[in-house]
Design a protein around this ligand. Sequence first.
Ligand code: ADP
Ligand code: MG
Length: 256
Amino acid sequence: MTAISSQAPTAAQGEPLVVLDHVEKWYGDLHVLQDINLSIKRGEVVVVIGPSGSGKSTLCRTINRLETIGSGTITLDGQALPQEGKALAGLRAEVGMVFQSFNLFAHKTILENVMLGPVKVRKSSKADAEKRATELLDRVGLAKHAPKYPSQLSGGQQQRVAIARALAMEPKVMLFDEPTSALDPEMIKEVLDVMVDLAKQGMTMVVVTHEMGFARTAADRVVFMADGQIVEEGTPEEFFTHAKSERARDFLGHIL
Ligand code: ADP
Ligand code: MG
């Protein structure tokens, strides 16, 4: 396989797009995010890995403010993320999110699922939204399924619709939280292929995944989390061959 990251060196050298500065979060007594400092450049693909319960999902959810933070700041394209209100809805629309569960609307067609955000939130005309949704479904290889309902598609296909739906909002950054964890093995590749394609086209991406093949080929940077902290980070090459921390080496020993 070719090294995807080497094909987009200029994009990876862009200015910071998402910046987390001294971010702290508690759930009661649980210090779930501890002094998180992370700067994600425009066009960069950051893969976040770490044991279950280390705070990876919480990290993703703070970036689009599905979760509030205790202290610290998060900025998106130079703007501080507001805690609530209209300004928050506007900023949140700039962050696409794809979860383990696809969360498509069961009573709407694939096409309608992809059109919905642009029509409701972006106030696009139906005609424009349909045109764009059709292009996006084509891009994820599902154009001919547009009139179907989610239940008529496989899990891998549904997840590709979920990616198209997120892209329809024209986000500045895409967050993926274990997008292939709920899929049967034979469907994982079709979803990862779409993500690799997106990375090649210069999308800024934060990807929580256990797919180390994806991390090796598509990531510009691997961030390793444990117990609410970023324990270490580096290029995939550095991380997979010379992990510095005992915890990272131990984790890799279990999954590789
Ligand atoms: P990961 O995605 O790395 O598995 P999470 O971010 O989901 O980790 O969770 C980090 C920790 O925070 C876990 O101990 C989890 O049980 C806890 N946690 C997550 N969400 C909540 C919540 N809403 N309330 C209380 N504790 C939570
Ligand atoms: Mg998680």
